[in-house]
Design a binder for this molecule. Structure first.
Ligand SMILES: *Cc1c(COP(=O)(O)O)cnc(C)c1O
Ligand SMILES: [Zn+2]
Length: 414
Protein backbone atom coordinates (compact mmCIF):
# COMPACT_ATOMS: atom_id res chain seq x y z
CA UNK A 1 0.00 0.00 0.00
CA UNK A 2 1.34 3.40 -1.00
CA UNK A 3 1.53 5.99 1.76
CA UNK A 4 -0.11 8.55 -0.47
CA UNK A 5 -1.77 8.76 -3.87
CA UNK A 6 -4.08 11.04 -5.81
CA UNK A 7 -7.79 10.35 -5.98
CA UNK A 8 -10.49 11.96 -8.13
CA UNK A 9 -13.02 13.81 -5.98
CA UNK A 10 -15.91 12.84 -8.28
CA UNK A 11 -15.38 9.33 -9.67
CA UNK A 12 -12.85 8.10 -7.10
CA UNK A 13 -10.31 6.75 -9.57
CA UNK A 14 -6.69 6.76 -8.44
CA UNK A 15 -3.58 8.24 -9.97
CA UNK A 16 0.04 7.90 -9.01
CA UNK A 17 1.29 10.65 -6.68
CA UNK A 18 4.01 11.45 -9.24
CA UNK A 19 1.61 12.30 -12.07
CA UNK A 20 1.94 15.83 -13.35
CA UNK A 21 -1.70 16.24 -14.35
CA UNK A 22 -4.13 18.36 -12.37
CA UNK A 23 -7.30 16.58 -13.38
CA UNK A 24 -8.69 13.04 -13.35
CA UNK A 25 -7.80 11.21 -16.58
CA UNK A 26 -11.23 9.51 -16.56
CA UNK A 27 -13.71 12.31 -15.80
CA UNK A 28 -11.68 15.54 -15.68
CA UNK A 29 -12.62 16.52 -12.11
CA UNK A 30 -10.10 17.59 -9.45
CA UNK A 31 -7.56 15.30 -7.83
CA UNK A 32 -6.98 15.17 -4.10
CA UNK A 33 -4.08 13.74 -2.09
CA UNK A 34 -5.12 10.74 -0.01
CA UNK A 35 -3.15 8.90 2.64
CA UNK A 36 -3.24 5.33 3.76
CA UNK A 37 -4.24 6.16 7.32
CA UNK A 38 -2.82 2.97 8.84
CA UNK A 39 0.62 3.66 7.33
CA UNK A 40 0.38 7.30 8.36
CA UNK A 41 -0.49 6.30 11.95
CA UNK A 42 2.83 4.51 12.17
CA UNK A 43 4.87 7.58 11.29
CA UNK A 44 2.83 10.40 12.87
CA UNK A 45 3.37 11.01 16.56
CA UNK A 46 2.31 14.39 18.00
CA UNK A 47 4.72 13.87 20.91
CA UNK A 48 7.60 14.09 18.47
CA UNK A 49 6.49 17.44 17.02
CA UNK A 50 8.95 19.97 18.34
CA UNK A 51 9.71 23.65 17.97
CA UNK A 52 7.26 26.38 17.06
CA UNK A 53 4.07 25.99 15.10
CA UNK A 54 4.60 26.19 11.33
CA UNK A 55 3.64 24.25 8.22
CA UNK A 56 6.74 22.04 8.21
CA UNK A 57 6.15 20.88 11.79
CA UNK A 58 3.84 18.39 10.06
CA UNK A 59 6.45 17.31 7.52
CA UNK A 60 5.49 13.64 7.54
CA UNK A 61 1.93 14.65 6.63
CA UNK A 62 3.05 16.59 3.56
CA UNK A 63 3.19 14.56 0.33
CA UNK A 64 6.75 15.33 -0.80
CA UNK A 65 9.57 12.88 -1.30
CA UNK A 66 11.97 12.39 1.57
CA UNK A 67 14.89 14.75 1.23
CA UNK A 68 13.08 17.12 -1.12
CA UNK A 69 14.41 20.63 -1.33
CA UNK A 70 11.90 22.66 0.64
CA UNK A 71 11.27 26.29 -0.23
CA UNK A 72 10.12 27.88 3.01
CA UNK A 73 9.93 31.12 4.98
CA UNK A 74 8.56 29.49 8.16
CA UNK A 75 4.99 30.12 7.10
CA UNK A 76 2.12 29.25 9.41
CA UNK A 77 2.29 29.55 13.19
CA UNK A 78 -0.10 32.50 13.10
CA UNK A 79 -1.74 33.62 16.32
CA UNK A 80 -5.13 32.41 17.39
CA UNK A 81 -6.17 35.70 18.95
CA UNK A 82 -8.66 35.86 21.84
CA UNK A 83 -11.18 38.50 20.84
CA UNK A 84 -12.62 39.45 24.24
CA UNK A 85 -14.06 42.75 23.07
CA UNK A 86 -15.95 41.36 20.08
CA UNK A 87 -16.90 38.34 22.17
CA UNK A 88 -18.80 40.49 24.65
CA UNK A 89 -20.15 42.77 21.94
CA UNK A 90 -21.57 39.76 20.02
CA UNK A 91 -22.57 38.01 23.31
CA UNK A 92 -20.85 34.75 22.41
CA UNK A 93 -18.99 32.53 24.86
CA UNK A 94 -15.75 32.20 22.89
CA UNK A 95 -14.48 34.00 19.80
CA UNK A 96 -10.96 33.63 18.50
CA UNK A 97 -9.46 34.85 15.24
CA UNK A 98 -6.85 32.87 13.31
CA UNK A 99 -4.87 35.83 12.04
CA UNK A 100 -3.53 34.72 8.69
CA UNK A 101 -2.24 38.18 7.81
CA UNK A 102 0.81 37.24 9.91
CA UNK A 103 2.12 34.91 7.19
CA UNK A 104 5.30 35.90 5.28
CA UNK A 105 3.49 37.54 2.34
CA UNK A 106 0.44 38.46 4.41
CA UNK A 107 -2.09 35.75 3.61
CA UNK A 108 -2.81 32.05 4.21
CA UNK A 109 -1.78 31.38 0.60
CA UNK A 110 1.81 30.96 1.89
CA UNK A 111 0.84 27.75 3.72
CA UNK A 112 0.02 26.16 0.39
CA UNK A 113 2.65 27.88 -1.67
CA UNK A 114 5.56 26.48 0.34
CA UNK A 115 4.32 22.97 -0.51
CA UNK A 116 3.32 23.84 -4.10
CA UNK A 117 6.63 25.47 -4.99
CA UNK A 118 8.64 22.74 -3.23
CA UNK A 119 6.73 20.21 -5.34
CA UNK A 120 7.50 22.28 -8.47
CA UNK A 121 11.21 22.03 -7.56
CA UNK A 122 10.83 18.28 -7.05
CA UNK A 123 9.25 17.98 -10.51
CA UNK A 124 12.11 19.93 -12.07
CA UNK A 125 9.93 22.87 -13.16
CA UNK A 126 11.64 26.07 -14.29
CA UNK A 127 8.48 28.14 -14.78
CA UNK A 128 5.43 28.41 -12.55
CA UNK A 129 2.12 30.04 -13.46
CA UNK A 130 -1.10 30.95 -11.67
CA UNK A 131 -4.27 32.94 -12.11
CA UNK A 132 -5.00 35.14 -9.15
CA UNK A 133 -7.27 37.69 -7.53
CA UNK A 134 -4.06 38.95 -5.88
CA UNK A 135 -2.78 36.96 -2.94
CA UNK A 136 -1.89 33.81 -4.87
CA UNK A 137 0.19 36.06 -7.13
CA UNK A 138 1.96 37.75 -4.16
CA UNK A 139 2.74 34.42 -2.59
CA UNK A 140 3.75 32.55 -5.77
CA UNK A 141 6.02 35.44 -6.74
CA UNK A 142 7.87 35.38 -3.41
CA UNK A 143 8.31 31.59 -3.23
CA UNK A 144 9.30 31.34 -6.92
CA UNK A 145 11.89 34.05 -6.29
CA UNK A 146 13.42 31.98 -3.48
CA UNK A 147 13.41 28.92 -5.73
CA UNK A 148 14.99 30.84 -8.61
CA UNK A 149 12.10 30.17 -10.96
CA UNK A 150 10.36 32.27 -13.54
CA UNK A 151 6.87 33.19 -12.31
CA UNK A 152 3.97 34.25 -14.50
CA UNK A 153 0.74 35.50 -12.94
CA UNK A 154 -2.48 36.10 -14.83
CA UNK A 155 -4.81 38.60 -13.21
CA UNK A 156 -8.13 40.16 -14.15
CA UNK A 157 -7.60 43.68 -15.56
CA UNK A 158 -7.71 46.53 -13.06
CA UNK A 159 -9.11 44.29 -10.34
CA UNK A 160 -6.07 43.61 -8.18
CA UNK A 161 -5.57 45.43 -4.89
CA UNK A 162 -2.58 47.77 -4.89
CA UNK A 163 -0.52 46.04 -2.20
CA UNK A 164 -0.84 42.65 -3.88
CA UNK A 165 0.23 44.02 -7.25
CA UNK A 166 3.22 45.73 -5.61
CA UNK A 167 4.23 42.45 -3.96
CA UNK A 168 3.98 40.38 -7.14
CA UNK A 169 6.04 42.89 -9.14
CA UNK A 170 8.74 43.52 -6.52
CA UNK A 171 9.37 39.77 -6.30
CA UNK A 172 9.91 39.73 -10.04
CA UNK A 173 6.79 38.00 -11.31
CA UNK A 174 5.59 38.76 -14.82
CA UNK A 175 2.10 40.10 -14.30
CA UNK A 176 -0.21 39.74 -17.31
CA UNK A 177 -3.67 41.27 -17.16
CA UNK A 178 -6.63 39.52 -18.82
CA UNK A 179 -9.52 41.55 -20.13
CA UNK A 180 -11.88 39.37 -18.15
CA UNK A 181 -12.60 38.14 -14.64
CA UNK A 182 -10.85 35.62 -12.37
CA UNK A 183 -12.89 32.68 -13.60
CA UNK A 184 -11.76 33.32 -17.18
CA UNK A 185 -8.16 33.80 -16.00
CA UNK A 186 -8.23 30.44 -14.22
CA UNK A 187 -9.60 28.62 -17.25
CA UNK A 188 -6.84 30.14 -19.39
CA UNK A 189 -3.97 29.06 -17.11
CA UNK A 190 -5.39 25.56 -16.74
CA UNK A 191 -5.64 25.09 -20.52
CA UNK A 192 -2.16 26.60 -20.88
CA UNK A 193 -0.62 24.29 -18.27
CA UNK A 194 -2.27 21.27 -19.87
CA UNK A 195 -0.74 22.22 -23.25
CA UNK A 196 2.70 23.08 -21.87
CA UNK A 197 3.49 20.29 -19.44
CA UNK A 198 6.86 21.81 -18.48
CA UNK A 199 5.07 24.73 -16.84
CA UNK A 200 3.92 24.12 -13.29
CA UNK A 201 0.45 25.30 -12.29
CA UNK A 202 0.13 26.85 -8.84
CA UNK A 203 -3.62 27.34 -8.53
CA UNK A 204 -5.65 25.55 -5.92
CA UNK A 205 -6.54 22.98 -8.59
CA UNK A 206 -3.07 21.86 -7.62
CA UNK A 207 -3.69 19.30 -4.84
CA UNK A 208 -0.28 19.89 -3.24
CA UNK A 209 -1.00 23.50 -2.36
CA UNK A 210 -4.12 22.48 -0.49
CA UNK A 211 -2.13 19.96 1.53
CA UNK A 212 -0.14 22.85 2.95
CA UNK A 213 -3.30 24.78 3.75
CA UNK A 214 -4.50 21.92 5.98
CA UNK A 215 -1.86 23.04 8.47
CA UNK A 216 -4.24 25.79 9.61
CA UNK A 217 -6.50 23.09 11.05
CA UNK A 218 -3.58 21.27 12.67
CA UNK A 219 -2.45 24.48 14.36
CA UNK A 220 -5.95 25.34 15.64
CA UNK A 221 -6.07 21.88 17.26
CA UNK A 222 -2.72 22.39 18.96
CA UNK A 223 -3.51 25.97 19.98
CA UNK A 224 -6.74 24.69 21.56
CA UNK A 225 -4.98 21.87 23.44
CA UNK A 226 -6.73 19.44 21.10
CA UNK A 227 -10.17 20.66 22.28
CA UNK A 228 -11.63 21.33 18.85
CA UNK A 229 -13.76 24.48 18.54
CA UNK A 230 -17.46 24.00 17.78
CA UNK A 231 -17.31 26.02 14.59
CA UNK A 232 -14.78 27.37 12.10
CA UNK A 233 -15.90 30.27 9.93
CA UNK A 234 -13.98 30.70 6.68
CA UNK A 235 -14.21 33.27 3.87
CA UNK A 236 -14.93 31.37 0.63
CA UNK A 237 -13.86 32.31 -2.87
CA UNK A 238 -12.53 29.48 -4.98
CA UNK A 239 -13.35 27.21 -2.00
CA UNK A 240 -9.96 25.53 -1.75
CA UNK A 241 -9.25 26.78 1.75
CA UNK A 242 -12.44 25.63 3.47
CA UNK A 243 -11.96 22.23 1.79
CA UNK A 244 -8.33 22.02 2.91
CA UNK A 245 -9.13 23.00 6.51
CA UNK A 246 -11.86 20.35 6.68
CA UNK A 247 -9.48 17.77 5.23
CA UNK A 248 -6.97 18.65 7.95
CA UNK A 249 -9.43 18.25 10.81
CA UNK A 250 -10.84 15.03 9.34
CA UNK A 251 -7.40 13.47 9.01
CA UNK A 252 -6.45 14.43 12.57
CA UNK A 253 -9.61 12.67 13.72
CA UNK A 254 -8.88 9.57 11.63
CA UNK A 255 -5.41 9.48 13.15
CA UNK A 256 -6.96 9.63 16.63
CA UNK A 257 -5.32 12.98 17.45
CA UNK A 258 -8.68 14.70 18.07
CA UNK A 259 -12.13 13.37 18.95
CA UNK A 260 -14.47 16.03 17.58
CA UNK A 261 -14.88 17.91 14.33
CA UNK A 262 -15.91 21.57 13.94
CA UNK A 263 -18.91 22.75 11.95
CA UNK A 264 -17.44 24.19 8.76
CA UNK A 265 -19.12 27.48 7.96
CA UNK A 266 -18.41 29.28 4.70
CA UNK A 267 -18.99 32.97 4.11
CA UNK A 268 -19.30 34.51 0.65
CA UNK A 269 -20.05 38.00 -0.58
CA UNK A 270 -23.46 38.83 -1.99
CA UNK A 271 -23.20 38.80 -5.81
CA UNK A 272 -20.41 36.24 -5.57
CA UNK A 273 -22.18 33.54 -3.59
CA UNK A 274 -22.78 30.38 -5.64
CA UNK A 275 -21.88 28.11 -2.71
CA UNK A 276 -23.94 29.93 -0.06
CA UNK A 277 -26.88 29.94 -2.49
CA UNK A 278 -26.59 26.20 -3.12
CA UNK A 279 -26.50 25.53 0.64
CA UNK A 280 -29.60 27.68 1.13
CA UNK A 281 -31.40 25.85 -1.70
CA UNK A 282 -30.34 22.51 -0.18
CA UNK A 283 -28.84 21.70 -3.57
CA UNK A 284 -25.80 19.50 -4.20
CA UNK A 285 -24.83 21.50 -7.29
CA UNK A 286 -23.92 25.16 -7.65
CA UNK A 287 -25.07 27.68 -10.24
CA UNK A 288 -22.14 29.82 -11.35
CA UNK A 289 -22.42 33.60 -11.01
CA UNK A 290 -21.70 35.23 -14.38
CA UNK A 291 -20.46 38.61 -13.15
CA UNK A 292 -19.28 38.34 -9.55
CA UNK A 293 -19.02 41.71 -7.83
CA UNK A 294 -17.86 42.66 -4.34
CA UNK A 295 -15.53 45.01 -2.52
CA UNK A 296 -13.73 41.90 -1.21
CA UNK A 297 -11.64 41.21 -4.31
CA UNK A 298 -10.06 38.02 -2.91
CA UNK A 299 -13.47 36.31 -2.93
CA UNK A 300 -14.79 37.90 -6.15
CA UNK A 301 -15.25 34.49 -7.77
CA UNK A 302 -18.34 33.20 -9.57
CA UNK A 303 -17.25 29.69 -10.56
CA UNK A 304 -15.36 28.24 -7.58
CA UNK A 305 -13.12 25.34 -8.61
CA UNK A 306 -13.45 23.42 -5.34
CA UNK A 307 -17.23 23.80 -4.97
CA UNK A 308 -17.86 20.08 -4.75
CA UNK A 309 -15.41 19.62 -1.88
CA UNK A 310 -16.72 22.71 -0.07
CA UNK A 311 -20.34 21.55 -0.21
CA UNK A 312 -19.23 18.16 1.06
CA UNK A 313 -17.28 19.72 3.96
CA UNK A 314 -20.22 21.91 4.96
CA UNK A 315 -22.72 19.07 4.80
CA UNK A 316 -20.59 16.39 6.46
CA UNK A 317 -19.64 18.69 9.32
CA UNK A 318 -23.18 19.94 9.96
CA UNK A 319 -22.06 23.45 9.12
CA UNK A 320 -23.64 26.04 6.89
CA UNK A 321 -22.92 28.92 4.53
CA UNK A 322 -24.08 32.52 4.44
CA UNK A 323 -23.57 35.59 2.31
CA UNK A 324 -22.83 39.11 3.48
CA UNK A 325 -23.11 42.54 1.85
CA UNK A 326 -20.19 44.86 1.15
CA UNK A 327 -21.40 47.11 3.96
CA UNK A 328 -21.45 44.24 6.42
CA UNK A 329 -17.93 43.29 5.31
CA UNK A 330 -16.57 46.81 5.73
CA UNK A 331 -18.27 47.18 9.10
CA UNK A 332 -16.67 43.95 10.30
CA UNK A 333 -13.30 45.14 8.97
CA UNK A 334 -13.61 48.31 11.08
CA UNK A 335 -14.80 46.38 14.15
CA UNK A 336 -11.79 44.04 14.00
CA UNK A 337 -9.46 47.00 13.64
CA UNK A 338 -11.03 49.16 16.35
CA UNK A 339 -12.01 46.57 18.94
CA UNK A 340 -9.22 44.03 18.54
CA UNK A 341 -6.33 45.74 16.77
CA UNK A 342 -6.56 43.30 13.87
CA UNK A 343 -6.27 44.85 10.42
CA UNK A 344 -7.50 42.40 7.79
CA UNK A 345 -8.46 42.96 4.17
CA UNK A 346 -12.18 42.95 3.30
CA UNK A 347 -12.28 39.27 2.29
CA UNK A 348 -10.64 38.40 5.62
CA UNK A 349 -13.29 40.30 7.55
CA UNK A 350 -16.16 38.50 5.82
CA UNK A 351 -15.87 35.62 8.33
CA UNK A 352 -16.61 38.00 11.21
CA UNK A 353 -19.39 39.69 9.23
CA UNK A 354 -20.87 36.24 8.68
CA UNK A 355 -20.62 35.32 12.36
CA UNK A 356 -22.47 38.49 13.34
CA UNK A 357 -25.25 37.72 10.87
CA UNK A 358 -25.55 34.05 11.86
CA UNK A 359 -25.75 35.01 15.55
CA UNK A 360 -28.52 37.50 14.79
CA UNK A 361 -30.39 34.80 12.86
CA UNK A 362 -29.95 32.33 15.72
CA UNK A 363 -28.12 29.87 13.43
CA UNK A 364 -25.01 30.11 15.61
CA UNK A 365 -25.67 29.65 19.35
CA UNK A 366 -24.25 32.09 21.86
CA UNK A 367 -22.63 29.23 23.79
CA UNK A 368 -20.53 28.05 20.84
CA UNK A 369 -16.76 28.27 20.76
CA UNK A 370 -16.06 29.88 17.41
CA UNK A 371 -12.88 30.46 15.40
CA UNK A 372 -13.07 32.98 12.56
CA UNK A 373 -10.32 32.83 9.95
CA UNK A 374 -9.13 36.28 8.88
CA UNK A 375 -7.41 35.32 5.66
CA UNK A 376 -5.21 38.27 4.65
CA UNK A 377 -3.56 41.46 5.91
CA UNK A 378 -5.36 44.79 5.61
CA UNK A 379 -2.38 46.63 4.14
CA UNK A 380 -2.82 44.67 0.95
CA UNK A 381 -5.80 46.78 0.02
CA UNK A 382 -5.24 50.30 1.41
CA UNK A 383 -7.48 51.98 -1.18
CA UNK A 384 -10.59 50.44 0.35
CA UNK A 385 -9.83 52.00 3.71
CA UNK A 386 -8.68 55.39 2.44
CA UNK A 387 -11.92 55.82 0.52
CA UNK A 388 -13.70 56.41 3.81
CA UNK A 389 -11.02 58.25 5.74
CA UNK A 390 -11.43 61.81 6.90
CA UNK A 391 -8.20 63.24 8.29
CA UNK A 392 -8.35 65.64 11.25
CA UNK A 393 -8.00 69.35 10.54
CA UNK A 394 -4.52 70.72 9.95
CA UNK A 395 -2.96 72.89 12.64
CA UNK A 396 -0.26 75.49 12.99
CA UNK A 397 2.90 74.17 14.69
CA UNK A 398 1.98 75.81 18.01
CA UNK A 399 0.33 74.63 21.23
CA UNK A 400 -2.83 76.73 21.09
CA UNK A 401 -3.57 75.58 17.58
CA UNK A 402 -3.07 71.98 18.62
CA UNK A 403 -5.42 72.32 21.60
CA UNK A 404 -8.05 73.85 19.34
CA UNK A 405 -7.60 71.12 16.73
CA UNK A 406 -7.97 68.39 19.34
CA UNK A 407 -10.79 70.12 21.24
CA UNK A 408 -8.78 69.96 24.47
CA UNK A 409 -9.04 73.23 26.38
CA UNK A 410 -5.89 75.02 27.39
CA UNK A 411 -4.86 75.02 31.02
CA UNK A 412 -4.67 78.60 32.23
CA UNK A 413 -1.35 79.28 33.90
CA UNK A 414 0.11 82.51 35.00
C1 LIG B 1 -7.61 33.38 -1.59
C2 LIG B 1 -8.28 34.15 -0.55
C3 LIG B 1 -9.57 33.82 -0.09
C4 LIG B 1 -10.39 32.72 -0.70
O1 LIG B 1 -9.85 31.45 -0.48
P1 LIG B 1 -10.38 30.24 -1.38
O2 LIG B 1 -9.49 29.11 -1.08
O3 LIG B 1 -10.23 30.72 -2.81
O4 LIG B 1 -11.80 30.01 -1.04
C5 LIG B 1 -10.10 34.55 0.94
N1 LIG B 1 -9.45 35.58 1.49
C6 LIG B 1 -8.21 35.94 1.08
C7 LIG B 1 -7.55 37.09 1.73
C8 LIG B 1 -7.60 35.23 0.05
O5 LIG B 1 -6.39 35.60 -0.35
ZN1 LIG C 1 -12.70 11.23 -12.09
Amino acid sequence: MELNYLECIACGSREDIQTNSYQCSKCGDLLEVKYDIESLKEIVDPKRWTGSLRVWRYKEMMPLKDGSKIITMNEGGTNLVDCDNLQSMFKISSLRVKNEGENPTGSFKDRGMTVGVSRAVEQGAKVVICASTGNTASSAAAYAARAGMRCVVIVPSRAIALGKLAQATIHGAEVVQVKGNFDQSLKMVLDFANRHKEIYLLNSLNPFRLEGQRSLAFEVCEQSNFEVPDRIIVPVGNAGNISAIWKGFSEFKELGIINELPKMTGIQAENASPIADAVKRGDDKILNVERPETVASAIRIGAPASWRKALRAIRMSGGTAEKVSDNEILEAQRLLARKEGIFTEPAGASSVAGLKKLLEQGVVDSDERVVCVCTGHGLKDPDIVMQFVKLEAEMEPEMESMERALGIASVVTR
